[in-house]
Design a protein around this ligand. Structure first.
Ligand code: SF4
Length: 427
């Protein structure tokens, strides 16, 4: 089997390969290094380098794959180990973790992001149920690197078993507490976490460091734990596979998968497609992107979701964008696949421009969308396609149907495929 190691799995530019075609590499061996902002990349398998280009390294994996891996160098410098291990935010953003760990919080807070915010995805929750100690130990390491006084684990009460497991695991830790987030999307947004856990409202574009805090996703904490306790580089990823697959409709979790494995492997491992099926979404229903069977796992891949086919609706569509969901390009892609013509676009009223990027003013607290929906209708929209947050049901849904404008949400096809409730009904 060929393993594809993408050279850009993080915020920053692509890494520079340091191996040549024909070389034999070991699991855990360094194969690419960052030039500027980025993170080291290690081989996830024993094998022979098949090809190298500007985008990727392909490794032909050996038949035999011993458990052992090349360990990181011996040092007591935790930040150095996190850097050497190539750890990046595993929750999706891919920001190099060593930079966060080098923040001096001088008595501030480290918050474990245990929200598992995207629906269907389950690998973080299951990991916390089975190994809460990975999160607690990782959190302690980050607290020590950043000189934080307090550690919080921010989790939704809906993940009850994980809450109990984490509560037990940090019972003997006087400086660590489990704290609850609201059961909604996007509770895992960093600004929502700071608002809910620390009571500080960060302006759009501001980072948790403004509230003297560092936030780290729980899988990233697991990677930190393994880098420091076991000198293990990031060579694996946890992933949830779900949707129109014979053996994984409601989701199947695969732990510690070699980075670089193709999506096709997981389709097969879940019994193949269940027909009819639609596109493959890489990531979660809200923020995932269209993929295909050849795409390899990276350090930030959280989900492989096989969706229902898009409904065919050739009416004129108005699209409504949100910071926390699909962007305009993705909504246009969905509209095209539905066969609908986009006649108008709008952003949620809360979106404000900061340094050339649109951000939500108050994530998860959706304002009335009546004006926006009326505007789309005035432009000729007969249907609305939206990507708004969970709170949007109280707003878009209270107006659009009354205007005779049916609503589609960008998450519908993945949620339907997994038997999940749609973000559609008003209560
Ligand atoms: S308030 Fe608007 S921009 Fe903010 S998360 Fe909700 S729908 Fe998105």
């Amino acid at each position: 089997m060929n393993i594809v190691l993408m050279l850009k799995q993080h915020v920053g530019g692509p890494c520079k390969p340091i191996v040549e075609v024909g070389a034999h590499v070991k699991k855990g061996e360094l194969v690419a290094v960052p030039e500027g902002l980025g993170a080291n990349i290690h081989s996830s398998v024993y094998g022979v380098i098949e090809s190298v280009d500007d985008m990727k390294i392909i490794v032909k994996a050996d038949e035999e794959q011993p458990e052992e891996y090349v360990k990181l160098k011996e040092t007591d410098d935790y930040i150095e180990l996190v850097k050497e291990a190539g750890i990046v935010g595993a929750g999706g953003a891919g920001f190099p973790t060593a930079i966060k760990c080098a923040t001096d919080l001088n008595g501030g807070y480290v918050i474990a992001n245990a929200a598992e915010c995207e629906p269907i995805l389950d690998h973080n929750t299951l990991m916390m149920e089975q190994h809460p100690e990975y999160v607690v130990e990782g959190l302690k390491y980050v607290m020590s690197m950043t000189k934080a006084a307090k550690g919080y684990i921010a989790i939704k009460p809906i993940h009850m078993k994980a809450c109990i497991a984490l509560g037990k695991a940090c019972k003997a830790e006087p400086n660590i507490e489990v704290k609850f987030l609201p059961n909604m999307y996007p509770a895992g947004d960093e600004r929502v976490i700071v608002r809910e856990i620390l009571g500080v409202e960060l302006e759009p574009g501001k980072l948790p460091s403004e509230a003297n805090a560092v936030i780290s996703n729980v899988e990233t904490l697991k990677n930190i734990y393994f880098a420091i306790a076991e000198r293990k580089p990031v060579i694996t990823k946890d992933v949830t596979v779900a949707g129109r697959l014979k053996d994984a409709k409601n989701g199947k979790v695969f732990f510690d998968q070699p980075i670089g494995m193709p999506v096709s492997y997981y389709i097969e491992a879940c019994g193949g497609y269940q027909e009819p099926h639609g596109e493959i979404v890489i990531g979660g229903p809200f923020t995932g992107r269209k993929g295909n069977e050849d795409i390899p796992l990276t350090k930030t891949t959280g989900g492989i979701l096989v969706a229902m086919p898009f409904p065919k609706d050739t009416r004129k569509v108005g699209i409504l964008e949100c910071e926390c969901g699909a962007n305009e390009a993705r909504l246009r892609e969905i509209a095209e696949d539905m066969g609908a013509e986009v006649v108008s676009t709008a952003k949620c009223k809360r979106m404000v421009e900061v340094n050339g990027r649109y951000r939500c003013d108050k994530p998860g607290c959706c304002p009335g969308q009546a004006e926006t929906v009326l505007g789309l209708k005035k432009d000729g929209a007969e249907i609305v396609l939206t990507a708004t947050c969970q709170d949007w049901t109280n707003t878009v849904m209270q107006i659009a149907p009354r205007l005779g404008v049916p609503v589609y949400h960008s998450t519908d096809h993945t949620l339907r495929a997994s038997g999940h409730n749609l973000y559609r009904k008003t209560k």
